[in-house]
Structures are given as C-alpha cells and as structure tokens.
Design a protein around this ligand. Structure first.
Ligand code: NAG
Ligand code: NAG
Ligand code: NAG
Ligand code: NAG
Ligand code: NAG
Length: 385
C-alpha cells in the first residue's frame, strides 16, 4: 500500500512538473530505494559505490578490496547526505554547465555578449557553472539498477547566464573493476550552439587514508601523454600560452610513473592543467591518460577518457576544504595533500581563447549533442588487467 501511494505521489509530481515546464523525472526520484544513510548503492565484481543525488549527484564512497583482502573506501565524501547541502567545495558531483573559470564572467559569441554568474575569484570570473552550477543542485534520479545510476538535469536558458536550455543525462555504471561515466547533453530552445563543459572532482587516496597514508605522497602517478600544460595566472586563468613539462621537473609525469612526493617537495600542492596530446587513433578504451597507484594497498586506478586535458588537484586544506574523513576512514580532519583528483576536461577558458580553435569541442547544439565518456579502471597488484 505504501508503495502504491509512493507511485501515485511520484506520478502526480511528474505531471505537475511537466505542466509547469519542469523535469519530467521529478517524481521518479522518490521511487528509487536508498540505504539507511539516504545513499544509492550500486555494485559489480570488485567494486561497490554509494551516491547521493545532492551536489550534482556526488559519489560518496568507492569500496575496493586491497592487497590483503580488506575493503577500503578510497575517495573523500560525507557520511550524512544532508551535509552535502551546506558543503561548498567540490566532492565529485557533476560540474556544469561550463566547468572551470570563464574569465571576466562573460564571453562573446556570434556577435553577442553573454554575462554569466560571477561567483569566482572575488566576482571577476564564472567558476564551475556559476553560483547555482550543477554541483550546487540536487538532481533527479532517472534510473537505478544494481550496477548503474542515472541522474537527469534540466537547466533552463538564462540559468547562471548561459543561453539555451539543456537536458542532460549523467550515467554512472559499474562493470567488473570499472566505473564508467557517460555524460550526454541535449541543448534545446536555441538556434545556435551553446557552451557546455562537464567535469567532476573526485578525490582519491588509494590507501583509504589509513594511518601512515594520510597523504598521497607515496602514490605514483603516470600521465603518459602529458608533456605539455597550459600556463595559468595566479587566479588559475589560462594566459593563452602552453608550457613544456621538462624532464624531472615537478610537472614531469610523462617520462615514467613518478612518486608524488618528489614533486610535492618542490611545489606545495598541485592545481595544474595537463594537456593530453596523443596520436590518433586514440584507443580511448585501451590507453589510459592517467594512472595512479599505491604500493601499500596494491591498488591502481587508471583514467580513460575522450577528453583532451586532465586537471590534477591535490587537496589543499584551503577555504571550503574544512573536511573530516568519513567514520569508516577514521573520522580525522583531512590533511593537506590527503588526496588527489584527476579531472578529465576540455581546455580551460577556451571560450575566451579563439586562437586555440576549439569551438567544436566546447560548443554544442542545436543539432549536435554533447557526449563524453570516461572510465576509472581498477586493479589490485596488477589483477585483473
Ligand atoms: C571484498 O571481499 C569480500 C570477501 O571476499 C567480498 O564479500 C566483498 O564483496 C569484496 N568487496 C568488494 C568491494 O568487492
Ligand atoms: C577582461 O577584462 C579586462 C579588463 O576589463 C580586459 O583587459 C581583458 O581583455 C578582458 N579579457 C577578456 C578575455 O575578455
Ligand atoms: C574582493 O572584492 C571586494 C569588493 O570589490 C574588495 O573590497 C576586496 O578587497 C576583494 N578581495 C580580494 C581578496 O581581492
Ligand atoms: C570546520 O568544520 C567543523 C564541523 O563542521 C566546524 O565545527 C568548524 O568550525 C569548521 N572550522 C572552520 C575553520 O571553518
Ligand atoms: C572544462 O572544465 C574544466 C573543469 O573544471 C575546466 O578546468 C576547464 O576550464 C573547462 N573548459 C572550458 C573549455 O571551459
């Protein structure tokens, strides 16, 4: 009976939302079961994850068995889903509609100037989609199966200053030892292409932050296609120029897998944009653009993506990063460099750098969908490979 009422309530909510022009999935969200913490659980061989639909549909836990067969939870997140509402940092939810900074909080396109929500760098840039960007939204859940969850977003024209509506489906699926992410965005009510750039910042510590592994300094990182990076100013706005990552410099992760401690000894934290310059064909499914591993847990995570840049960020302990580990991770304050995120993306602020000629990578619609695919593939002591 309760179930029938829930179904009726969700159908009603859907109809109401359709009449008012809202998301057709609004009512469905309540139908999908959560665990007692309000999280959605999905799993496949070797991997189990939990998600919340808050903060852009954030992954809250990734559990993998380490070399000793002990389950470790290897990402930063929050225990209580309600706490996501007050959390103003970025913890893995989808960042959109345009991730990264847009300099001057505006861009010119096809003879028009668009002014976007000025929420970054003290009101001088648009950061991660603006004040009400997707990682500040609670999303609808379109579907949930034992190994997948799909969030849906309806972002209206003018929201945060961007032109055109966009309807999006953000799908996470687990396969044996794999987490696959596919984003699809359909721009609507626009006669022109609109800028779209989605990303997410999931912070990893492959030892599960255990005592002795409070930081990722002993992790090794390999970025085989990243001999170049974008030069950025002190506000992380690209200057337009490209730099070479000299061998054995703190930016050299291309020549071999290198211990993060070596770079961190010379450069307190990382927040840098590495370009992915690989020859065609890309072999998206077989050649990772990033590989992070820890000898202690034996866990390796490889990032596969069709995107042409990876931003590396180590947890910096700055404003908005006042965070404690989850209880299962020991519950202590998160230390500087406790974790690292590897964000796949297109080139930052490309809207304002026509000289890079990247319009086809950042502008989509009305007849061209934006789709992007990436996966994190795990192995423990090299198995499975
Ligand atoms: C870890 O191993 C145990 C025992 O084999 C198993 O029950 C559990 O599902 C594994 N955890 C994951 C995340 O695969
Ligand atoms: C941003 O604004 C500054 C100051 O008004 C101006 O000098 C600069 O050219 C602008 N940059 C872009 C990319 O529009
Ligand atoms: C931010 O902007 C305000 C108002 O323009 C100014 O008073 C303040 O000094 C700025 N802060 C920083 C850190 O630039
Ligand atoms: C950090 O967060 C805790 C718990 O939410 C809070 O009690 C504390 O005041 C915060 N500290 C700072 C410096 O914001
Ligand atoms: C895409 O998003 C990333 C992630 O935040 C960001 O660094 C980059 O500036 C964005 N790219 C464009 C073209 O705006």
């Amino acid at each position: 009976m309760v179930k029938v009422l829930t179904v009726i309530a969700s159908v009603t909510a859907t109809i109401k939302s359709l009449i008012s022009g809202g998301s057709p999935f609004a009512g469905f969200t309540a139908l999908w079961p959560t665990n007692s913490d309000g999280k959605y659980i999905i799993q496949a061989e070797g991997i189990r994850m939990a998600f919340t639909n808050r903060n852009g549909g954030a992954p809250t836990n990734v559990w993998i068995n380490d070399t000793n067969g002990n389950e470790v939870d290897i990402i930063l997140g929050l225990d209580k889903v309600e706490d996501y509402d007050n959390y103003l940092g970025y913890l893995g939810g989808t960042i959109g509609r345009v991730a990264g900074h847009i300099s001057n909080a505006s861009f010119q396109y096809d003879g028009e100037t668009y002014f976007t929500s000025a929420n970054g760098n003290n009101g001088t840039t648009t950061y991660n989609g603006g004040e009400k960007g997707w990682e500040r939204m609670t999303l609808d859940v379109g579907s949930l199966t034992s190994n997948s969850i799909t969030f849906v977003v309806f972002d209206r024209a003018g929201g945060n200053g961007f032109p055109g509506n966009s309807g999006s489906s953000l799908a996470h699926s687990l396969y044996p030892y794999e987490w696959r992410i596919s984003y699809g965005v359909t721009p609507t009510r626009t006669s022109k292409p609109v800028p779209i750039n989605l990303s997410h910042k999931t912070y990893w510590n492959l030892d599960g932050f255990r005592p002795g592994s409070e930081t990722i300094e002993e992790h090794r990182l390999h970025l085989p296609f990243s001999g170049l990076r974008l030069e950025e100013d002190e506000h992380k706005i690209p200057t337009g120029d490209i730099k070479g990552n000299k061998m054995r410099s703190p930016y050299d992760f291309w020549s071999s897998a290198r211990l993060l401690a070596a770079g961190l000894a010379r450069k307190a934290t990382y927040d840098d944009l590495f370009l992915v310059t690989r020859p065609q064909p890309w072999e998206v499914e077989s050649k990772p653009v990033a590989s992070l591993s820890s000898a202690r847990s034996g866990i390796t995570v490889e990032l596969y993506t069709d995107q042409e840049a990876v931003r590396l960020v180590t947890w910096d302990g700055g404003p908005n990063s006042n965070l404690t580990l989850k209880e299962g991770q020991g519950g202590k304050p998160v230390q500087k460099n406790a974790a690292i995120s590897m964000q796949m993306m297109d080139w930052p602020d490309a809207l304002n750098h026509p000289e890079w000629q990247r319009d086809k990578h950042i502008l989509f619609g009305p007849d061209r969908l934006m789709t992007t695919f990436s996966k994190f593939k795990f192995s423990v002591n090299g198995r499975p490979k």
